[in-house]
Design a protein. Structure first.
Ligand code: ASP
Ligand code: MG
Length: 425
């Protein structure tokens, strides 16, 4: 007998019919002899609708009220699912994040979990219930309700799985698992059977909308095996563990060097032209950027010419932080003594990820070769041990993803990816 945590995304519980379908699935798992804890997201687009409503009554809704409002979405789906499961003759009880013992810090809208005391859930399961927990929410020290940030139900599920020492955390959405690229851009993208936590983290951090980043971090820290799969089919999905892919029998057909290509359209680039090439200038520039609370990603500094003693520094950051960061740099023009500062939001970022890169030379050459053959200019490059990212013009990004996907033999013979509900959540 195993303890299974199952998390169902919004598309899996979008309406009454879907909730009944999920209930049958949960009951099957329970009747197969497992203990089951379920974490649910809000139904369909509920969270967006609630946000929209808040915007209609207030220009700047207080963060505390907004969080209480948003947690209502998950409370609706949890109680409906409990009813549907009871209807099938299996006892089920639903619990809010607070009841489930999920403690967070006080940062409304993006709270971090500081601890879980899952006694109530453990007891419920011991008594034979399916325990259903509202995702994406907890409670702070003052006993006020908080939310974990958009997509946070994944994190609730993994945190509970870790605290309860579950055997597996199954993450259900409307796609069959993780793919080698976004199937909307590369129809021949292939389902990944197994992938490591660190590869998944790199993919998620560089634009792949697969799992909540913090959920993967937690899963890695506590060694929780994740099984990412569809609630609309019974196919095996993708296993995320710390064991690398490349089982010679099972995956002889797959290239084990690369596990996927992620893309990101949500970044912008700031270039500061003609900064004095003297010690301390980069420090001062990035102090200004940090004070503007921008999360920067790639940084490139040109070689300065001896003649001018000046250089250019470019860096990428989320588009949402772009304008404010540019203003902060402009406000510090006296100290930074540059010639010009520019902001460009028409960039795209492609990232190639694979643990096999560590031991296989020639990956960059192949990547750059594929882009050059497709006539795509590279504006910036950055790497980690298992990732190479490049910045291109935004209009070249899709072609770049396809070219690179093909160059690393990731294409499958036919289209494999099915998005059942249409949201990927
Ligand atoms: N309902 C929340 C959202 O839409 C949390 C989640 O779905 O994970 O972001
Ligand atoms: Mg959602």
């Amino acid at each position: 007998m195993a303890l299974v945590v199952q998390k169902f995304g919004g598309s899996s519980v979008a309406d009454a019919t879907s909730i009944k379908r999920v209930a049958r699935r949960v009951v099957e798992t329970k009747r197969a002899g497992n203990d089951v804890v379920v974490v649910v997201s809000a139904m369909g687009d509920t969270t967006d609708e609630l946000l929209d409503l808040a915007g209609q009554v207030a220009d700047a809704p207080p963060a505390r009220e907004l969080d209480i409002l948003l947690t209502a979405g998950e409370r609706i789906s949890m109680s409906l699912l409990a009813m549907a499961i009871n209807e099938l003759g299996v006892p089920a009880r639903s619990y809010t994040g607070q009841q489930a013992g999920l403690r967070t810090d006080a940062r409304y809208g993006k709270a971090s979990i500081v601890g879980i005391v899952p006694e109530r859930i453990a007891r419920s399961v011991k008594e034979g219930d399916v325990a259903i927990v509202a995702g994406f929410q907890g409670v702070n020290e003052a006993n006020d309700v908080t939310t974990l940030g958009r997509g946070g139900s994944d994190t609730t599920a993994v945190a509970l799985a870790a605290a309860l020492r579950a055997d597996v955390c199954e993450i259900y959405s409307d796609v069959d698992g993780l793919f080698t690229a976004d199937p909307r851009i590369v129809p021949t993208a292939r389902r990944v059977r197994r992938i490591t936590y660190e590869e998944t983290l790199e993919l998620a951090a560089h634009g792949a909308k697969i799992l909540h980043l913090r959920a993967v971090e937690l899963a890695r820290r506590y060694g929780v095996p994740l099984h990412v799969r569809s609630s609309f089919s019974t196919k095996e999905g993708t296993w995320v563990t710390d064991t690398p892919a490349g089982d010679p029998e099972e995956e002889a057909m797959e290239d084990p060097i690369i596990s996927g290509v992620a893309h990101d359209r949500s970044q912008g680039k700031i270039t500061v032209v003609g900064v004095p090439d003297v010690p301390g200038i980069a420090a001062r520039l990035f102090q200004v950027v940090a004070a503007a609370e921008a999360n920067i990603d790639m940084i490139v500094q040109n070689v300065s010419t001896q003649r001018t003693g000046r250089t250019d520094i470019s860096f990428t950051l989320p588009e949402a932080d772009g304008p404010a960061t540019l203003r902060a740099i402009e406000a510090a023009a006296d100290v930074l003594k540059y010639a010009e500062a520019r902001y460009d939001d028409q960039i795209g970022k492609l990232s190639l990820v694979g643990a096999g890169m560590r031991s296989h030379p020639g990956v960059s050459a192949r990547l750059f070769g594929a882009l050059s053959a497709a006539g795509i200019n590279i504006e910036m490059i950055s790497t980690s041990e298992i990732r190479i990212s490049v910045v291109t013009r935004i209009e070249d990004l899709d072609a770049a993803v396809r070219a690179v996907h093909g160059a690393f033999d990731l294409d499958s013979a036919e289209s494999e990816a099915v998005v059942y509900g249409g949201t990927g959540r």
